[in-house]
Ligand binder design. Structure first.
Ligand SMILES: C[S@@+](CC[C@H](N)C(=O)[O-])C[C@H]1O[C@@H](n2cnc3c(N)ncnc32)[C@H](O)[C@@H]1O
Length: 257
């Protein structure tokens, strides 16, 4: 077994993260670069140290999960969500089950809460938000952001939903209460059933074709009839019909029945 395969094995046993489902070239290069930065030139040595050093371990998890996010990331797509997709979803239903499935540090589920207030009272909004990375989830629950991550938000949203704290912005408790955060590994855990909207953006790009296909099938099973899947800007699905999806707009797919 080569060093990388051994390393993947050890990481899986320790963290439950199956690196074999992520694109190997990209992931291996990133891990080797991080190990080298910390002074290790062999992956087994690096693993021995991160197995015994929590700080090193969490740095590693944080690094491989890539938590980059921002509010209303790719704003044009959020405009489509608001103006074209939400009216479809709300045509026959009042309450919606919405799942942000790789929510990172919370910008995506909190953006969904803000957008939903254009259609219902804040108290009526409920978002399920999950991620594999517990540290990211803790940050999401804290809800403190740098000004730059709010750059796509209208000043009306910033004034209504944030409290400025020196150079940082804290999301209000009223918004926080609308989101239920929990840990979920897309590769192996059960998905919340009967979702009307699944938002899965900027995570599938890291997975192998096989892992992606497995996840699309599970999304299809987790969506209600006519439910909608919202993907990231480089994550269009090849052959959506295979998963019982039809494209409705770029980056949006509906489950056929
Ligand atoms: C680049 S962020 C995307 C955040 C947000 N969806 C966005 O588009 O701005 C990718 C997120 O996917 C999460 N992730 C990676 N592998 C995952 C897995 N197997 N299951 C669930 N989340 C995963 C990472 O922890 C990270 O927070």
């Amino acid at each position: 077994m080569d060093q990388y395969s051994m390393f993947m094995d050890l990481v899986f046993k320790k963290s439950g993260i199956d690196l074999a489902s992520y694109k190997e070239k990209q992931m291996k290069r990133r891990i080797e670069a991080l190990a080298a930065r910390r002074g290790f030139n062999s992956l087994p040595d690096y693993f021995t140290c991160l197995d015994n050093d929590n700080k090193l371990y969490y740095e590693f998890i944080n690094y491989i999960t890539i938590n980059v996010s921002e509010f209303y990331r790719n704003p044009g797509q959020w405009k489509v969500l608001q103006e074209e997709i939400m009216p479809i979803l709300l045509k026959d239903k009042k309450g919606l089950k919405i799942w942000s499935c790789a929510c990172s540090t919370g910008e995506e589920p909190y953006s969904l809460v803000m957008l939903l207030t254009e259609f219902m009272k804040l108290e009526e909004v409920k978002i399920i938000a999950t991620d594999i990375d517990e540290e990211a989830i803790e940050k999401a629950k804290t809800g403190i952001y740098k000004e730059n991550s709010l750059k796509n938000l209208s000043s009306a949203f910033v004034d209504r939903f944030f409290i400025k704290d020196c150079s940082q912005y804290r999301i209000t408790d009223e918004v926080k209460k609308r989101v239920e955060f929990r840990k979920l590994n897309l590769l192996k855990d059960d998905y919340p059933p009967q979702c009307d909207l699944i938002v899965c953006r900027n995570v599938l790009i890291y997975f192998t074709e096989q892992a992606k296909q497995h996840i699309y099938k599970k999304f299809s099973g987790a969506l209600s009839s006519k439910g909608i899947l919202f993907v990231g800007s480089t994550e269009q699905i090849v052959l959506p019909g295979k998963y019982n999806f039809s494209p409705i707009k770029a980056f949006f797919y509906t489950k056929n029945n």
